[in-house]
Design a protein around this ligand. Structure first.
Ligand SMILES: NC(=O)c1ccc[n+]([C@@H]2O[C@H](COP(=O)([O-])OP(=O)(O)OC[C@H]3O[C@@H](n4cnc5c(N)ncnc54)[C@H](OP(=O)(O)O)[C@@H]3O)[C@@H](O)[C@H]2O)c1
Length: 291
């Protein structure tokens, strides 16, 4: 496959580059706002440039990962959120339509309102409660209404980035290494999604040619507290973990109580090969230690 990747310098994009560079089956071109080695500059909000770069590379499929993923920034700047996540996606869709290119769009478990007591399946109805999630959901709707050859793949709480990680796992490692006690939120649940498992899972889905909407997360549901406790166990930290409610750390954007997803469609077709999040967390922490 000839694969064009947007958002290729981001957390998931970095995992994709590693995966695709290790195989000689696919040919890929990478783009992002942030130029790093091997990644070209492309702002997905610029329709002419999107058309130019896609026509030049003539991909079979676009992996559209580029997004504004700062949920609180999206809440404060709605125009920025919609122009990047929704209009940026529409720009890609237009070129895919004109050139019969397949599209892979990464969406989020945050499209749900979080009131369901069990993990959300592909057959539950989205009802986003913050601006980031609304802008991502509108991207889904545009794709579904315009382009039949698409894969919309919803992820949970993404974990990856290794030594450059600045998100939850990196913060926990740092805080637990420096403090006798830390406070961690225990009233929000989600589905940890490790970038290396997710990227491989996407390739399996795309190669199946079964278009449509999928949930793709590691097995098992967790709260932030449970992830922290597991990091503590694996790394043998002595730090005390004090559970607190999310009201303890007020944030600009509301978060739903549950973003937990089930890979229901993959399960029904016997293709749910995602490992449990605890196994992938252990593997991730071992890899962080290796040179
Ligand atoms: N992180 C999660 O927990 C999570 C969960 C579910 C779904 N997702 C989805 O998964 C995808 C990948 O997310 P990620 O975790 O890898 O996020 P990320 O690390 O923030 O990567 C996204 C990349 O897109 C770039 N970008 C932002 N605006 C752009 C624009 N206008 N044109 C081109 N590139 C642009 C970002 O650059 P800057 O860094 O300069 O903004 C960044 O390099 C996104 O579509 C996201 O919505 C993420």
């Amino acid at each position: 496959l000839r694969i064009f990747v947007t958002g290729a310098s981001g957390m998931l994009g970095t995992a994709f580059r590693k995966l695709l560079e290790a195989d000689d089956i696919h040919t890929a071109r990478y783009s992002d706002l942030n130029k790093v080695d091997g990644v070209d500059y492309l702002d997905v909000r610029d329709p002419e440039e999107v058309a130019r770069q896609l026509s030049e590379f003539t991909p079979d499929v676009v992996f559209h990962l580029a997004a504004e993923t700062d949920v609180d920034l999206c809440e404060k700047d709605e125009d920025h959120s919609f122009s990047t996540n929704t209009i940026g996606t529409e720009n890609i869709v237009q070129v895919c339509l004109e050139n019969r290119i397949k599209l892979v769009y990464i969406s989020t478990g945050a499209v749900f309102n979080g009131r369901k007591r069990t993990p959300y399946t592909e057959f539950d109805t989205p009802d986003p409660i913050n601006c980031y999630a609304r802008s991502k959901y509108q991207g889904e709707l545009i794709i579904e209404s315009l382009l039949s050859e698409h894969f919309i793949i919803r992820a949970g709480w993404m974990i990856g980035g290794g030594r450059t990680d600045k998100k939850f796992v990196a913060k926990m490692l740092d805080l637990m290494g420096r403090n006798d006690s830390i406070r961690v939120v225990d009233d929000k649940i989600g589905s940890p999604t490790f970038t290396f498992d997710f990227a491989k899972g996407i390739l399996r889905i795309v190669e199946s040619n079964n278009y449509g909407l999928y949930h793709l997360v590691n097995l098992g549901v967790a709260s932030r507290l449970e992830i922290a406790q597991e990091i503590k166990r694996i790394r043998n930290f002595q730090c005390e973990i004090i559970p607190v409610s999310s009201a303890y750390f007020p944030l600009p954007a509301p978060r739903s109580d549950s973003e937990a997803l089930e890979n229901y469609k993959l399960k029904l077709s016997g293709l749910n090969l995602m490992p449990h999040w605890k196994d992938s967390l252990e593997k991730y922490l071992i890899e962080l230690d290796s040179p």
